[in-house]
Design a protein around this ligand. Structure first.
Ligand code: FAD
Length: 335
């Protein structure tokens, strides 16, 4: 006789087969009312709201909770909170979520997902299986990096990917901007509010941004432009001090002092595990949501930097986490 038992969502054993040999297969499947994928500010805020509303919630993160906030030594533009490190704000949000009973698993890797059925299922690479009535996708994103020597070392110590977050730290300093699209051109102009001088480095002989953005940058008295150039190395002691760049037409290498470098060469949403699945993504691979942060799949919401949005900040991420969680609660009530 063979008895196959499945630990179903009501935590009851179900006998699925009855053959000749006795074999007990226990399929561990923990059920939550809500699973949040991604524990940055969007996911942690959703976790706080859901757990506080007594919804059994699990946050899964492929790294440690905190998301991009962890990468910055000083948080800017978060109302009511001054002089706090990204690590500390992350821990505050994480502990707040846990204090309401939210479960958090870090360092996981999602292997399989099935979000189309009423009960959503996912499996981790270690074989652990989870099911849930509602999913919130909050996997955030990352700025594209140059991938050159010294970049990892001076990230957050002179190298930045966010003018709104870090521009203010470069009052009266000499800074460089890397990139040639609209973001690079517009942010270069906005950085002139703080910096003494802004030098734009772009690898091609023409910009890819709008004519208007280009003219504004070209006509700005504080902006200098180096076309056909690529940064090749960052130097410094405790923080960034200088760079090497190559003139791609002559292959000559130059060395120049800078207090800061802002890199604007694109942004990628962390949605690789969703590609080719049922969740609709736009051409930039960002998750498409409606005004309730509902995706195209019923019961699957998305929040924060991974979604289609213009402004990517902690405030916008926590706002999204709130909206997604409150709509998820409504959704659960209607089940
Ligand atoms: C260096 C730096 C400094 C910044 N400084 C500021 C600032 O001062 N003020 C401000 O307002 N904004 C700042 N920002 C922007 C801000 O941090 C982001 O807008 C915000 O963190 C986005 O939140 P999020 O929760 O949507 O995504 P994220 O913060 O990106 O978090 C996403 C989480 O999902 C996890 N994840 C990704 N893929 C998976 C997966 N497949 N499975 C499970 N988990 C996954 C990640 O590990 C991460 O923890 C800064 C950004 C950077 C990079």
């Amino acid at each position: 006789m063979r008895i196959i038992c499945e630990f179903n969502r009501l935590n009851n054993y179900k006998i699925c087969g009855n053959l000749f040999k006795i074999q007990l297969i226990y399929m561990e499947n923990q059920h939550y009312q809500a699973i949040i994928i991604g524990g940055g500010p969007a996911g942690l805020t959703a976790g706080i709201y859901l757990s506080r509303a007594k919804v059994k919630t699990l946050i899964l993160d492929s790294s440690i909770a905190g998301g991009q906030m962890i990468l910055t030594h000083k948080i800017a533009n978060y109302p009511g909170v001054e002089n706090i490190s990204g690590y500390q704000l992350s821990m505050n949000m994480l502990n707040q979520a846990k204090s309401f009973g939210c479960d958090v698993m870090s360092g996981i890797s999602i292997q399989k997902i099935d979000f189309e059925s009423t009960i959503k299922r996912l499996e981790l690479s270690n074989g652990k299986q989870f099911s849930s009535d509602v999913i919130i996708l909050a996997t955030g994103g990352r700025s594209r990096t140059l991938g050159i020597e010294g970049e990892e070392l001076f990230k957050g110590k002179g190298i930045s990917y966010c003018a709104t977050c870090d521009g203010d730290f470069f009052q009266d300093k000499e800074i460089a901007v890397v990139g040639g699209g609209n973001t690079a051109l517009e942010e270069a102009v906005s950085l002139t509010k703080f910096a003494k001088k802004v030098t734009i480095f772009h690898q091609f002989d023409h910009f890819q941004g709008s004519k208007y953005a280009e003219e504004e940058a070209r006509n700005h008295p504080k902006i200098e432009i180096h076309l056909n150039t690529k940064l090749t190395r960052f130097y410094g002691e405790d923080s960034l001090e200088s760079v090497d760049y190559i003139d791609v037409t002559s292959n000559e290498i130059h060395h120049q002092l800078f207090d800061g470098v802002f890199v604007f060469i694109g942004y990628e949403a962390n949605t690789e595990f969703l590609q080719g699945r049922c969740i609709e993504l736009n051409k930039f691979k960002e998750i498409v949501v409606d005004s309730n942060l509902q995706t195209n799949v019923k019961g699957v919401f998305a929040a924060g930097d991974a979604t289609t949005k213009k402004y990517r900040q902690i405030t916008t991420a926590v706002a999204d986490g709130t909206v997604a969680a409150l709509n998820a609660i409504e959704f659960l009530k209607a089940l």
